[in-house]
Design a binder for this molecule. Structure first.
Ligand SMILES: O=C(CO)COP(=O)(O)O
Ligand SMILES: [Zn+2]
Length: 213
């Protein structure tokens, strides 16, 4: 897919996420890898609900912003993930309600914030390691994500007290993964206090073998 088609699809998916409440205010950012190297990313401070292709910031293959819109303050962590995981084609960062609520819980297990109880979470995301809290835009987020992305073959990381970072092979895949994950977190809150039948280790292993990644 060429640059302009990717820019249009990115905006269309941002509007869709915003319209369904996955992003509010100026929160969240989305990026996509371009074929000849380089990236498109949402600009800093804007609403995902009203973004147009002309608003997108472009970054060259060396990670240098091309003159034009100012990139998201989180582009450093997007770049760290693109560099650590060559198969990743797009990244979605959201402050979606249930994942962000989960990120605010004390004593989350660092290796996996969400124990699997449905198959699609395992198939699309795997599991979800937790990155410690740093202020938005802090370089430490990219540093820790790069280490985690190499250590864990998963498509999502929870940023403590902040939100979520979701990876995909392309834009639609990353958005699908983010939607599945937010729904899984919503179910986890609905089921709080209930006796959940968690998936067993053999069930998880079978699903991991089917995972599209
Ligand atoms: O979610 C955000 C910060 O973590 C939004 O920041 P940007 O507007 O710079 O993309
Ligand atoms: Zn954020």
């Amino acid at each position: 897919m060429n640059r302009n088609s990717k820019a249009e699809l990115l905006c269309k998916l941002c509007h869709s996420l915003f319209d369904r409440g996955y992003s509010v205010g100026g929160a969240g950012n989305v990026s996509v890898r371009l074929e000849g190297g380089g990236f498109l990313v949402t600009p800093t401070g804007g609403s995902l609900g009203r973004i147009t292709p002309a608003d997108l910031a472009e970054i060259d293959a060396k990670g240098t912003p091309v003159p034009g819109s100012k990139p998201s303050k989180e582009f450093a962590f997007h770049l760290a993930l693109f560099e650590s995981r060559p198969e990743v084609g797009a990244i979605v960062h959201l402050h979606s309600t249930y994942l962000t609520a989960l990120s605010c819980l004390e004593d989350l297990p660092a290796d996996n914030a969400l124990r699997p109880f449905t198959p699609y979470y395992v198939m699309r995301v795997g599991y979800m390691p937790v990155i410690p809290y740093y202020r938005p835009g802090a370089p430490e987020i990219g540093r820790d994500l790069a280490i985690a992305a190499k250590a864990h073959p998963v498509n999502a990381f929870l940023l403590a007290s902040h939100g979520v970072v979701v990876l995909g092979k392309d834009l639609e895949d990353a958005v699908n993964n983010a939607e599945e994950l937010e729904e899984t977190a919503r179910l986890a809150f609905i089921l709080r206090g209930e006796k959940i039948r968690y998936l067993t280790a053999p069930e998880i292993a079978e699903l991991r073998a089917m995972a599209p990644r």
